[in-house]
Design a protein around this ligand. Sequence first.
Ligand code: AMP
Length: 249
Amino acid sequence: MKIMVAVKRVIDYNVKVRGKSDETGVETANVKMSMNPFDEIAIEEGVRLREAGTAEELIAVSIGPQGAQETIRTALAMGADRGIHVASDDDLEPLAVAKLLKALADKENPDLFILGKQAIDDDSSQTGQMLAALLGWSQGTFASKLELDGANTNVTREIDGGLETVRLAMPAVITTDLRLNTPRYASLPNIMKAKKKTIDAMSPADLGVDVTPRLTTLKVVEPSKREAGVIVETVDELLDKLKNEAKVI
Ligand code: AMP
């Protein structure tokens, strides 16, 4: 079985994101970038399936500027066998990413495509679903447990009020939720080994995909600053403020 995993390079989740002063987007210059956390979980799941002998090959794919190769190297150090970098400096929308991933799936013929449930920069949560639709494959989104058995996969999903288990026919697209696994740290020897693994580079044009955006971002602004709170002495004072200042009761 062959598995492909999509890994996106995003602003590190520990960094406080700042808007650009011209309101055209968020500041990424000199900002620490990392692999999208849900994609680390996707790679970890793929590596576990390869280690268990369920999969023979695990390919990590990233789409984005040159720096995306660093994210692919991290995936290779975690255990992926090879990487594919689709180079693009454009701001790509989920549909464009899904079309590129479909084109790669058509070339590579994987049995399983694993993505994160959402990228923490755009929070779209669309790419996996669009990819499954474009490929005409089954989809198991927000997976917290995966059980592969031959031509089928059972996916357990966290839904409001409980767990839902769905059975998918392969090939399938899976998107990962937080509790699927705990990703490993890449060890130093594996980071060294990853330097020798192959990353194929190509462009959207090589894959015959038009990535022209369909949406225009009008502006990006930071949330307004919270005003300092006040400590009230009595319940009567609180009620008075809620009634006459905040006017919420
Ligand atoms: P989104 O739909 O943007 O929230 O992204 C969901 C998932 O799609 C991510 O967790 C990644 O697995 C994948 N993805 C989105 N954008 C990219 C990208 N530029 N390169 C690789 N994978 C991506």
